[in-house]
Write a protein that binds this ligand. Structure first.
Ligand SMILES: Nc1ccn([C@@H]2O[C@H](COP(=O)(O)OP(=O)(O)OP(=O)(O)O)[C@@H](O)[C@H]2O)c(=O)n1
Ligand SMILES: C[C@](O)(CO)[C@H](O)COP(=O)(O)O
Length: 267
């Protein structure tokens, strides 16, 4: 529920990608994840973590599909047409907010990939809290668990993974700052793969907080299979179970995890 006197927390949900790596006949943002469109699950997760409204950025010609997919959204949804790159789509979303009579009251905005549907509520809450407490640009991150090699022509070398983190969304921002940074970047013609990097480019500090393996990005078909398993676990335990499920995935033996997940995480 939006309180008239409190600025709304608005999420820009970018859903205008081509899904080339995912392939298949149905765009990945509207493909089914336990019976709901991926983008619908993403918006529910943002709402569970405290977002009041969502601006969903859609590919030209996909508005109808997305409107149907989000018909039962728990928060108001606005639709905007995206651009050729993720960066263009984010900028369109931010411009929409700036021009909207009510959403332009927002001081905190989150920017989220539609294809990270299972972000736990506590991660969303922590991103919002960090911005409310004065951070300008916030991102969830997780440790890198693979050994990483850097390729240099015909040779390669191991990189110290203890200093690496994998970046997730939702990323949270002071709205005026991220809007200004994206506009500046458009004028200069640079490119970024996430929005924290856009702020950093103009001298703003990036605040890192704990992310979650549940927030995986559906990039290739196998990611949807993994997301189905995670979604089954949260269906039995609710939106606020993300931390507990994360602990279980780290601590338990694989056979125990498989058994619990198949029972919807009920003990
Ligand atoms: N022009 C674009 C490109 C990407 N996105 C969104 O940005 C997120 C990034 O995820 P990614 O896996 O890179 O999506 P795609 O660009 O669709 O994937 P691919 O590169 O395989 O085509 C997705 O929610 C995607 O819909 C967008 O809104 N507009
Ligand atoms: C923003 C992002 O999700 C951070 O991990 C990611 O960079 C988006 O994916 P892309 O393949 O770079 O568009």
């Amino acid at each position: 529920m939006v309180n008239e006197h409190t600025p709304p927390v608005v999420a820009v949900v970018v859903a205008a990608g081509l899904g080339t790596r995912f392939g298949g006949p149905v765009p990945k943002q509207v493909t089914s994840l336990t019976g709901k469109a991926v983008v619908a699950v993403a918006v529910e997760s943002l709402a569970a973590g405290g977002c009041d409204e969502a601006v969903v950025v859609v590919k030209e010609g996909m508005h109808n599909h997305l409107q149907i997919a989000l018909a039962a959204s728990p928060i108001p949804v606005h639709f905007v047409t995206g651009g050729d790159t993720r960066q263009d789509s984010v900028r369109n979303g931010l411009r929409f907010i700036a021009q909207h009579h009510r959403l332009s009251d927002a001081t905190t905005v989150l920017i989220h990939d539609a294809v990270r549907p299972l972000v736990p509520a506590y991660v969303v809450e922590n991103v919002i809290a960090a911005v409310d407490n004065g951070a300008v640009a916030v991102t969830p991150v997780i440790d890198v668990v693979d050994t990483i090699r850097q390729i240099d022509g015909d040779t390669s070398s191991v990189v110290d993974r203890s200093t690496l983190r994998a970046v997730q969304t939702p990323q949270g921002f002071n709205r005026a700052v991220i809007t200004e940074c994206h506009e500046q970047l458009a004028v200069e013609g640079g490119s970024v793969t996430d929005d924290i990097s856009c702020c950093e480019r103009y001298g703003h500090h990036a605040t890192l907080i704990e992310g979650s393996r549940m927030s995986l990005k559906i990039t290739e078909p196998v990611d949807l299979d993994i997301a189905e398993v995670f979604a089954k676990a949260t269906a039995g335990a609710g939106h606020h179970s993300g931390r507990r499920i994360g602990r279980m995935l780290r601590a338990a033996k694989p056979s125990t995890v498989a058994r619990r997940l198949s029972r919807g995480n009920r003990r």
